[in-house]
Design a protein around this ligand. Structure first.
Ligand code: TYD
Length: 204
């Protein structure tokens, strides 16, 4: 039995993180074994790299290499072993975020990102990606009410317009993998859409 790899994506403030724990609880209630994790992060090394990526000044190439270094460790130690055990892995962000933020947001070479993706993932891709899509202006207003901004959250609306465009481009390249969720709706309606997407994609 092979597991299922499900990723949660969207710009900062879209609300994706709110839906991961309830999703895990629902799947566990249905008898599945679930691992919840995040990127950058999910292992001791990757969490240390996350801290640097979110808070230390660096250029876009270093940022890209660090998120892929974190990803390599995370895949090897956590994601692949869990999938091999037949578990469901719920991951808060994955490589679509690298294309959206480093590629479209920061202007890093998409061909380089593609080469790193192929090298680090060796064919591994999410079975399902839930993209919480929200207007960047609305997301900025939501973020303003939350905690102190990290290096990405401090970016302006134009940056998040580019990031959103990046997610759209990734979805266009792999439409069968993505479900776009309108994150401007209330939390209950978003939760209903998430549950519906999982029912459709996991039972098949
Ligand atoms: P986020 O997932 O929003 O976590 P939190 O809810 O704790 O703020 O923050 C992670 C940040 O890292 C987010 O701003 C996007 C960024 N990021 C990248 O730039 N590239 C990547 O490859 C990943 C996985 C994340």
């Amino acid at each position: 039995m092979t597991g299922r790899f499900i990723t949660f994506e969207g710009i900062d403030g879209a609300g994706k993180s709110t839906h991961i724990e309830p999703t895990a609880t629902a799947l566990r209630t249905a008898g599945r074994t679930v691992v919840c994790t995040r990127e950058p992060g999910g292992t001791e090394l990757a969490e240390r790299l996350r801290d640097m990526v979110l808070h230390a000044a660096m250029d876009g190439v270093s940022e890209t290499l660090l998120v892929f270094a974190a990803r390599r460790d995370h895949i090897g130690r956590v994601i692949s072993p869990a999938l091999a055990r037949g578990e469901i892995v719920l991951c808060d962000r994955f490589t679509d975020a690298t294309f959206a933020y480093q590629g479209y947001g920061r202007g890093q070479d998409l061909a380089l990102l593609g080469r790193l993706e192929a090298e680090v993932q060796q064919g591994l891709q999410p079975d399902l990606t839930l993209w919480f899509d929200l207007d960047p202006q609305v997301a900025a207003e939501r973020r303003a009410q939350a905690r102190a901004a990290d290096r990405f959250e401090a970016e302006d609306v134009a940056f998040f317009e580019r990031v959103r465009h990046g997610y759209l481009a990734r979805m266009s390249g792999a439409p069968e993998r993505f479900v776009r969720i309108d994150a401007s709706q209330g939390r209950d309606e978003v939760a209903r859409r998430v549950a519906e997407a999982l029912r459709e994609r996991l039972d098949g």
